[in-house]
Structures are given as structure tokens and as C-alpha cells.
Design a protein around this ligand. Structure first.
Ligand code: NAP
Length: 277
């Protein structure tokens, strides 16, 4: 597995397994399957209500804890410093883990610097190895960084062939923050799996449109966390680092960028209105 070196020196697999909308009743089975086919990075969140099942799957897998990179995300409206400390410890209790590899603020909560101060102290105390943000656009990102001691290791944002986020890529590269794509398969929307450009490029490599869409991201160093409840698709999504797209193929896929997100989240108002930071 190829890794991305985060700005704190920690290595994170470039492909992980995401569990948004994986029903808690099947999460343990899905995570065990994902681990069995080779995933070593898992992305959950308090909001998904399946943290506990991710933790139990890791234990049941028998894979040593230090060989699996585990991410969760804080979801609490404007917690105080003390509440944010307790919030993260709550994730650890639910998952029955001693530490998390990466903890994110799931989206701007309004008092992000106060949450961040708690995250920084949790790193010092050994509860979290690295910290980052999600759905932070320029205004919130800049405000957080101005008051931070630790620069976010990761910004997890909607990124896929139809919303390529080129301005954010440049901004995050300048900041030294890795971009992690959520919805790397555009959540299955917009006809991605039968898109003619992706299908044609895939045919040249013996790969599916989904595999080309993921390779387009990882070839740019973007971390991806595709979700599937089907084992054969988990395997397909993992088998995407063994081919390279040519300059011409990359250019053809770049032309699919609409410049818009697909589901209106986060809204443009949240992204750019300085009153929301
Ligand atoms: N930070 C945030 O705000 C945020 C928001 C959304 C998601 N996320 C994270 O990002 C992860 C990935 O995003 P996502 O789950 O929204 O969407 P996604 O991974 O882009 O797409 C998932 C959809 O694609 C289907 N699929 C997966 N692999 C496929 C393949 N090889 N061929 C055909 N269909 C395939 C899945 O169906 P089946 O399951 O039926 O196979 C599912 O409907 C999440 O699980 C979560 O961890 C974070």
C-alpha cells in the first residue's frame, strides 16, 4: 500500500475504507471484509453512529492495532475546550481504543480554535496521533491556522472527477495540509460508473470507470476513502494503484470538472461567508 506522509511525520495509506451510510447492523461485517481484502485505513465519524462497530471489527480481525490507521470526526455544536476533550475521549470509549490515528473536526463548528486547542492537547497527551479538519474552506481554514500551533495534517473535502477542487488543492499544498477526498466516486451520482470518458480510459487499462476515477485522485497524491458494502467492489477500489494514467488521459478527465459540488454540502454560504467563521 502506498502511503502519504502527513506534515506531522506520520504515514497514512493513500486508500482507505469509508463507512458513511454503512448501517451499524452491517458495519462490523463490512469492516472485517475490508480488512481481509487489504484495507489498512478506516474512516468513521461520530455522526455515522458506527464507531463502536469499527472498533470491534479491528479487534476481531486480529490485525495489530498499529497496522491499522483509524480516523474519526468530532460532531458537536460549539463545544467548550473541556467538552471537546471529553468528546474525543467518548469516541475512544465507544471504539474501545487507546488512541486514534487521526481526528477531524467534521465541519466548521463556529468555535473551531477552541476545539483545536483541545485537539492539540490530546495529541500531547497521546490520545490522537494526528489532527485535521473536514469541509473547511478558505475562510475557516485561514482563521484556524492563524490561531493554531499545529497545522492541520489533513483537510477532508468533497473531491471527485466532477468537482476537482483545483483552487483548494493549491491552497492546501501551500499550507502543507494533505487533501483527503470524501465522495471519491461522487457518491455514485452523475452517471459516474458509465461515464464515457472514464469508461474509455478504463478500457485501455483493463479497469472500470470507478477504478479510473479513484486513480485520477491518487495519482495527484489525494487520499481516497471509497465506501462499498460489497466485497468485490471493495477489492476493485483497492486495485487502483497498479496502473498510471497518461498526461492525455489526465487531461481528458480534467475536462469533466463542473466546478460545483454535487449535493450542495457545504453550501457556498458556509464556504465563503466570513460571518460563518
Ligand atoms: N467529511 C464528510 O463530510 C464526509 C461526507 C461524505 C463522506 N465522507 C467519507 O467519505 C467516504 C466515501 O464517500 P461516500 O461514501 O459518500 O461516497 P463514495 O465512496 O464516493 O461512493 C459510494 C457509492 O458508490 C458505490 N460504489 C462503491 N464502489 C463502487 C464500485 N467499484 N462500482 C460501483 N459502485 C460502487 C457504493 O455502493 P455500494 O455500497 O452499494 O457498493 C455507494 O453507493 C464515506 O464513506 C465517509 O467515510 C465524509
Amino acid at each position: 500500500m502506498q502511503n502519504v506522509k502527513l506534515n506531522c511525520g506520520i504515514e497514512m495509506p493513500i486508500i482507505g475504507y469509508g463507512v458513511y451510510l454503512v448501517d451499524p447492523s452491517v458495519t462490523e461485517r463490512c469492516v472485517l471484509e475490508a480488512l481481509s481484502v487489504g484495507y489498512r485505513s478506516l474512516d468513521t465519524a461520530q455522526y455515522y453512529e458506527n464507531e463502536a462497530m469499527v472498533g470491534s471489527a479491528v479487534r476481531k480481525s486480529g490485525i495489530p492495532r498499529d497496522e491499522v490507521f483509524i480516523t474519526s470526526k468530532l460532531c458537536q455544536s460549539r463545544p467548550t475546550y473541556a467538552q471537546a476533550m471529553e468528546n474525543v475521549k467518548g469516541s475512544l470509549r465507544r471504539m474501545r481504543l487507546d488512541y486514534l490515528d487521526l481526528m477531524l473536526i467534521h465541519w466548521p463548528m463556529g468555535n473551531d480554535s477552541e476545539i483545536w486547542a483541545a485537539f492539540e492537547d490530546l495529541v500531547k497527551e497521546g490520545y490522537i496521533r494526528s489532527i485535521g479538519v473536514s469541509n473547511f474552506y478558505p475562510a475557516q481554514f485561514d482563521k484556524l491556522v492563524r490561531e493554531a500551533s499545529i497545522i492541520p495534517a489533513v483537510n477532508q473535502i468533497e473531491t471527485h472527477v466532477f468537482y476537482q477542487q483545483r483552487p483548494m488543492m493549491a491552497k492546501m499544498a501551500d499550507a502543507g495540509t494533505a487533501v483527503e477526498s470524501w465522495g471519491p466516486l461522487a457518491e455514485g451520482l452523475n452517471g459516474i460508473f458509465t461515464n464515457p470518458v472514464l469508461t474509455e480510459v478504463g478500457a485501455a487499462h483493463g479497469k472500470s470507470a470507478a477504478q479510473v476515477a479513484l486513480r485520477f485522485l491518487t495519482q495527484q497524491g489525494i487520499i481516497v476513502i471509497p465506501k462499498s458494502v460489497h466485497k468485490e467492489r471493495m477489492i476493485q477500489n483497492l486495485e487502483t494503484l497498479d496502473f498510471d494514467l497518461s498526461q492525455e488521459e489526465m487531461a481528458a478527465i480534467r475536462s469533466l470538472d463542473t466546478g460545483h459540488n454535487l449535493e450542495g454540502w457545504p453550501s457556498d454560504a458556509l464556504k465563503y461567508n466570513p460571518n460563518t467563521v
